[in-house]
Design a protein around this ligand. Structure first.
Ligand SMILES: CC(C)(COP(=O)(O)OP(=O)(O)OC[C@H]1O[C@@H](n2cnc3c(N)ncnc32)[C@H](O)[C@@H]1OP(=O)(O)O)[C@@H](O)C(=O)NCCC(=O)NCCS
Length: 197
């Protein structure tokens, strides 16, 4: 199967992410386009969508999966990113290295199990490799079981557990993957990327 992936510029991409997030019951606080623009403006970022037909007899493509990430530095001024960089300080080396944070993503329920998330993840890794990143970091929670399994299949290693003593299901997991030539050589999906800036 060939995956059609669209890469968006910031403004249009933020609107597309706001729209697709409305279809996810898992997200308690869906992001608005404003949240996305405010976080990503002025930093290197990547907004990707995987496209598929709405139904078998339909030729029109719609976004069915998404993945958004951005560069993360050791010293961030935004409080949420400073907190994140602080959490990672002991387990990720920032000095002289580029670190990419895979922020949000998912696949709409009706299109799960068809490799859309693998395709987006592999495209994100290829882009990160092309842009000289050394590592991709991602955060999830214990309760997101399908995401944990998926990240395991995609060979992301757990680097930190931030326990929640009241509710272990809410404990946060930090995972990472080193982005060398090996990582991209092992990619399995066939992808066509369309630029929509
Ligand atoms: C997790 C999620 C992104 C997977 O998307 P998807 O498009 O169905 O994933 P893919 O089809 O690309 O599968 C990727 C790999 O993970 C595995 N996988 C995916 N979902 C799985 C599940 N529920 N159980 C077991 N394995 C699973 C696939 O078998 C595949 O492995 P392979 O490529 O080695 O065969 C999707 O279920 C989702 O959006 N869940 C909700 C999002 C969420 O929980 N977000 C929490 C915030 S972190």
């Amino acid at each position: 199967m060939e995956h059609i992936i669209r890469r968006y510029g910031l403004e249009q991409g933020a609107l597309e992410v706001q729209y697709i997030e409305e279809h996810f019951s898992e997200f308690r606080h869906p992001k608005t386009a404003e949240d996305i623009v405010s976080r990503l403006r002025g930093r290197e970022c990547l907004i990707l969508m995987s496209m598929a037909a709405a139904s078998e007899n339909d030729n029109d493509l719609l976004p069915v999966a998404f993945k958004v990430g951005h560069e993360l530095k050791a010293l961030e001024t935004r409080p949420d990113l400073a907190e994140l960089a602080g959490q990672l300080g002991a387990c990720v080396r920032f000095d002289g290295r580029k670190v990419f944070y895979s922020w949000i993503g998912g696949t709409r329920k009706d299109w799960r199990g068809h490799g859309h998330y693998r395709a987006l993840t592999e495209e994100q890794e290829q882009w990160a490799h092309d842009h000289r990143y050394h590592e991709i970091v991602v955060k999830t929670k214990n309760r997101f079981y399908p995401m944990r399994t998926t990240l395991d299949r995609l060979r992301y290693d757990v680097i930190k557990l931030q326990p929640n003593a009241d509710d272990p299901a809410e404990s946060k997991l930090y995972l990472s993957k080193r982005i060398g030539s090996d990582a991209v050589r092992n990619h399995r999906t066939v992808r066509t990327v369309e630029e929509t800036v």
